[in-house]
Design a protein around this ligand. Sequence first.
Ligand code: HEC
Length: 489
Amino acid sequence: MYPRRGIRFLLCGAFATVAIAAVRQPAERRLPNGIEIWRKPDAKGRACASCHSPDGIDIAAFDFDDATLLRRAYPHLGLSGAQSVVAYIHSLRSQYGLTHLLPPMDARPMQPGGQPLSGKTPSERDQAFALELRSSLPLLASGRVETLQEARQARDQLLALDLSRLKIGIPFNRLSEDAFHGKDHASIASWIPQVEPCKLDSSYIDAQTRYLRQPGTSSLLELDAKVASKPLGVLTAGQQIDMCKARSLLIFQDRLRRGPGAPNPEEIADRGPGPGQNPMWDLGDLCRIYSGITEHDLGLPQSVMRVKRGGPSLDDQIAQMKLPWMWLGWSFDQGLQRTSPDRATRRGDTLVAALLKDGPYPAHCAFFLTRKIAVESYVKQAWISPEPQHLSVNYSALLQSGNLERYSVPGPAGESYRTFLANAFRMCALLESEELGKSHTVYQRAPLLQQFEKMGAATARLDPGHPDSETFAGLLKQIRTATDATELK
Ligand code: HEC
């Protein structure tokens, strides 16, 4: 059975360097004065604390001006209540020492490296990424991996890379998208749930109070359990998306509050019938599943959808959430073994298909698969199978259906992309050969043979100046003569 509550996986302090600075902790962990206004229910029983962070740190950390605060608070609380909200957010900013406020239009929460790579189209940003790889991973993207020693070095360089710093060409969602700023912003592609994920009753308020007094993993998990408590079956598509947003927002606001020391999101384990262990991946995956959905089937209230029309189509809004949330989710489970029981997800096929179809982002795709394979195969905590940990190569989704030919990288970046892939394939072949030399054991011979045959042929095409036939031919022979562990069972 797939272990739903798996091993905690702390990978190189992922996102230890979120571009967003940690806030100063108040000397005394008392609740800020004025939180009552943040929790004051409107006529429909919803408070700011129902949809935003427990104390408003998400709003306070961003440079929303008073007019914006008034505009958003007024419909809920009337004029004097809205004015109290403004005073409260100001007090929160000074209490937390928030002086460098994040620009709401430019800051993209959790965006690796702080900002996406520039370029007007996915293809331009993918080319920028291929070039970026030259400096981040020189051994793979600009050198030539020929020997076992070089393969090991290239793997170690790949594993040492901090994904939270590696700029990518996929823009993450802004904290808020509000049509007030123009039709382009009439979108649900943001971090905040459109509808409150659960009732702000006394037990939820108590959980928020406990968390604010003692922000930490267990108090955060308690809040997450409340947000994720409804069984999926009773939720509409829109509510499922909102639940994942609310859980992800909890993680983000915790990062704002506690900085790099905050727990990894996998500690927000599945605490009930919620979508799963990785709300960020789940949000992206829901957007994959619900692509093409109608407003009616999404099931969000008319009052919400009315203000989400006239800009990007619903399809585009959903598409704008899909890739960034999948990438973010992947970055917290880089071997992709604990995120979902779905085999296509665990093999990496789901993200490969999304990167190729929605970009295309072939250079991101080549990097993603190679890093995923390296983490799954060499990072102890990423491995969940009862078999001994071994190199688990699977480039099928990229190698099949002529994908390599169809999705090439144009321009000068193409050289870097082809070098990266040819080196990655050789690296895997050399490491596999080393492993077989020691263990003489393969796991599923036929697919492995097929895999490396294709990789050998692709390497010859990607790097025609350097015949590698021996590396691959020698490996294929080793695979044919090794013992197949799965046949022994
Ligand atoms: C039912 C959920 C919900 C409640 C309740 C709620 N908000 Fe929001 N808020 C959102 C969503 C969703 C957004 C993102 C923009 C959008 O989709 O409308 C948002 C955005 C904002 C923004 C940013 C607006 C911008 O210009 O981008 C501010 C400020 C804000 N809310 C303040 C508040 C305050 C203050 C309260 C309480 C008086 C509150 N909100 C109550 C859901 C909510």
